[in-house]
Ligand binder design. Structure first.
Ligand SMILES: NC(=O)C1=CN([C@@H]2O[C@H](COP(=O)(O)OP(=O)(O)OC[C@H]3O[C@@H](n4cnc5c(N)ncnc54)[C@H](O)[C@@H]3O)[C@@H](O)[C@H]2O)C=CC1
Ligand SMILES: O=C(O)[C@@H]1CCC=N1
Length: 269
């Protein structure tokens, strides 16, 4: 599926790159993607790797894109907005991925443009992203459909109320980091049990991938699927017992809550 859209980015960091990598795979033509980043070397790298336009400064494209991603760190978002707000086209759809930056603030910053707040995650770069988005008052169903199509091209996208954004950030926004940690730890377990590192990491990652795929494709509750693996007096329950004793469930719940709380704090500053 390809979309006839000119897409700009303010900030060409890790998350912008993940989105670019996701949408250049058949959704948006690289020649229609424009990135502005403060760092010249970063621009060169992005231009070479993806065949997109990348420059220090956005003047060459800012008035001429259909969609503009705001993809800088929260701490410098005010400055980045001040640099572009008077130059951006009045119909350009502003898509902010800045953690904690509210629709109220965004709508006050951009006088006329429709604004959508998005929380994506880095697996977008391999077509398996999870994004949630909330529409501002000037963004209607047409804008929501554009955002949904753009993000769905590299994973899944759901529309949520803005009040859910902090929780989304704590779960799917930050979540890849929790799962990378989990995979690394599982791999360590395999190495401790005598496997070679490469094999252990492959086994760990494919197991996480397969289990996630089963949850998504069967629609069954994770506990039902867990039960299918767990033989009476078998190996699985021996492992599960250790995880329950060490509080894995509670640790994951607390991790999501801590990240959610941090997102709330960022939004208040
Ligand atoms: N990394 C992640 O997994 C996720 C990040 N986010 C959000 O995405 C945003 C960006 O995060 P990252 O990509 O991880 O950060 P990053 O630090 O990798 O990238 C930010 C980039 O913006 C550039 N920059 C800063 N000010 C600029 C300006 N005024 N004009 C042009 N370029 C400018 C920097 O040189 C840098 O390359 C953050 O607000 C974060 O909250 C959201 C979801 C997931
Ligand atoms: O760590 C962060 O603040 C950002 C937001 C979600 C993922 N990374």
């Amino acid at each position: 599926m390809s979309m006839d859209l000119r897409v700009g980015f303010i900030g060409g960091g890790a998350m912008a790159e993940a989105i670019v990598a996701g949408i250049v795979q058949g959704t948006v033509s690289p020649s229609d993607i424009y990135v502005s980043d403060h760092k010249e070397a970063r621009c060169q790298q992005l231009a070479e790797q993806y065949g997109i336009h990348a420059s220090v400064g956005a003047d060459s494209f800012i008035g001429n894109v259909d969609v503009l991603f705001l993809a800088v760190k929260p701490q410098v978002a005010d400055k980045a907005i001040a640099e572009v707000r008077d130059k951006v086209g009045s119909k350009t759809l502003i898509l902010s991925i800045v953690a904690g930056l509210t629709l109220d603030v965004l709508e006050a910053s951009f006088a006329e443009q429709p604004v959508v707040r998005i929380m994506p995650n880095t697996p977008l770069s391999v077509g398996a992203g999870m994004s949630a988005f909330a529409c501002g008052t000037r963004a209607g169903r047409t804008e929501a459909a554009v955002v949904s199509e753009l993000l769905s091209a590299a994973g899944r996208a759901v529309e949520v109320a803005e009040s859910a954004m902090d929780a989304v950030t704590g779960l799917s926004g930050s979540g890849p980091a929790y799962v990378f940690l989990l995979i690394d730890a599982l791999s360590d377990g395999g190495v401790a049990a005598g496997l070679k590192r490469d094999a252990a990491t492959l086994l760990a990652a494919q197991t996480v991938y397969g289990a996630a795929k089963m949850v998504l494709e069967t629609g069954k509750h994770p506990d039902v699927l867990r039960d299918q693996v767990t033989s009476p007096a078998g190996t699985t329950i021996a492992g599960v017992r250790v995880l329950e004793n060490r509080g894995l469930r509670g640790a994951l719940i607390d991790a999501v809550l801590a990240a959610t709380e941090k997102s709330r704090e960022l939004g208040k500053k």
